[in-house]
Design a protein around this ligand. Structure first.
Ligand code: GAR
Length: 179
């Protein structure tokens, strides 16, 4: 599969996809912050990348099509995707979210889980539809919240689980697309 990854930040999940999805190829990475960690990681691995403002979805669609992308992976893309982009890649956009959806949709999911007093949260990968973090869940995994956890330690635990499940979710979607 030809993957197009979209990032807004550090890009650790992007790097993890590049390292682990050996049978698939990240052909392009789009970032909406000019000098972000994801761009530096793309340079390190020689992955083509381009900065596009999130409002400019026509260009995002053109770039993804030009690179003949089969699947778009939102790996820390912190903007809402419009119906136009969703319609251009039906069932071909997936998103990584740091909670056990449907809990804690939207921003600050980790902080809200911590404040809730719950003893567990999780990570989810889901298809993107028009409802924010509301598309069909592909894979999710629980993460315990330990009594001494703070935002930093829980974020680390969540990210460890993200590195495990996002590549698996990509493989799952690949099989779905092939059947
Ligand atoms: C990840 O934890 C991902 O779940 C989250 O952004 C982080 C990106 O980290 N995404 C969202 O919150 C989307 N609503 P990374 O840039 O190091 O991969």
């Amino acid at each position: 599969m030809r993957l197009g990854v979209m990032c807004s930040g550090n890009g650790t999940n992007f790097e993890n996809i590049v390292r682990t999805c050996r049978d698939d190829e990240v052909v392009i990475m789009i970032h909406n912050k000019e000098k972000c960690g994801a761009a530096k990681r793309a340079d390190k691995f020689g992955i083509p990348h381009t900065h596009i403002k999130s409002k400019n979805e026509d260009l995002i669609i053109d770039v993804m099509n030009a690179w003949k992308v089969d699947l778009i992976v939102l790996a820390g893309w912190m903007r809402i995707i419009s119906p136009k982009l969703i319609e251009a890649f039906p069932n071909r956009i997936i998103n990584l979210h740091p909670s056990m959806l449907p809990k804690y949709k939207g921003l600050h999911a980790i902080e809200r889980a911590l404040e809730s007093g719950d003893d567990k949260t999780g990570v989810s990968v889901h298809y993107v539809n028009e409802e924010l973090d509301g598309g069909e869940v592909i894979l999710q995994e629980e993460v315990p919240i330990l009594p001494y956890d703070d935002v930093e330690s829980l974020t680390k635990a969540i990210q460890r689980q993200e590195y495990a499940i996002l590549p698996l979710a990509i493989q799952h979607v690949k099989h779905q697309l092939q059947t």
